[in-house]
Design a protein. Structure first.
Length: 259
């Protein structure tokens, strides 16, 4: 389904920036001319001039500065504010497109903007990338223990310094992103009960051999997949399709959030 939305920025009940005006500003920036920009944007010179005049007078800072010219019109360029407007409009449009894509993708968690952006646009070197919500915060001197509920209901414990907790403005029910590398995860047939260890139950989906090691994909509650990289010699009791546990230390998890 080809679903689209047209982004309009308004001041009160009047449009300030819409696709037509943004196209005009882009062409003015490319050509250095309002008349040429209007022609390439597919609108009349008068309509272009009126639109730019409205934008220039609507805000404390103008979006275009121009010099008077002859029949073909004078030179024109975007102000610093006009250039920032194009960038903000582009960023907002990208977020809007991600939101529409998320609407049509049932695998995307829709609890927060962080969930949507992490699914569609965030790439990291960490093989494991999960989102969840904080359900408890406990302080132990220098370090704080953060408990996060994943989409499937299982919990992950993360250890962060108290200063990091304050800098990230962590609070109950806040959406967070969890990152940890595959070699930090040990896949086992028995749960680990050591203090400070996470041990999530799941089912072994696949095993991909990589020399003397293998990458294992573990389905966690049908909502998330955790990856592990471990030596082949440690996999003797593991079988695809069978239950297993993904175990990793709380200190191996990097936590990220949006303020």
């Amino acid at each position: 389904m080809d679903l689209h939305a047209l982004l309009t920025l308004s001041l009160g009940d009047k449009p300030f920036a819409n696709p037509r005006r943004i196209s005009l500003l882009e062409q003015v920036a490319n050509t250095g001319s309002i008349s040429q920009g209007a022609k390439l944007a597919g609108i009349s010179y008068k309509a272009a001039w009126d639109a730019i005049n409205e934008m220039n007078t609507a805000m404390p800072e103008p979006v275009v500065c121009s010099e008077k010219g002859g029949k073909g019109g004078g030179g024109a360029k975007l102000t610093e504010f006009g250039e920032r407007l194009l960038k903000v409009y582009s960023i907002t449009s990208q977020v809007q497109e991600m939101a529409l894509a998320a609407l049509l993708d049932e695998s995307v968690d829709m609890h927060s903007l962080l969930d949507v952006m992490a699914h569609f646009s965030l790439n990291t070197s960490a093989r494991n990338q999960l989102t969840g919500r904080i359900n408890s915060i406990d302080s132990f001197g220098l370090n704080d223990k953060i408990s996060v509920t994943l989409a499937g209901g299982q919990l992950i414990q993360i250890s962060v310094t108290h200063s990091s907790r304050e800098r990230l403005q962590l609070a109950l029910d806040k959406s967070v992103l969890l990152l940890f590398k595959a070699p930090a995860v040990l896949a086992t047939t028995h749960a680990c009960e050591l203090d400070g260890q996470n041990c999530l139950s799941g089912r072994l989906l696949s095993v991909t051999e990589l020399g003397d090691k293998a990458e294992l994909a573990i389905d966690i509650d049908g909502k998330d997949i955790i990856y592990s990289v471990m030596p082949l010699t440690q996999m003797q009791s593991l079988a695809v399709g069978e239950p297993c546990f993904a175990c990793f230390d709380a200190t191996q998890v990097i936590l990220a959030s949006m303020n």
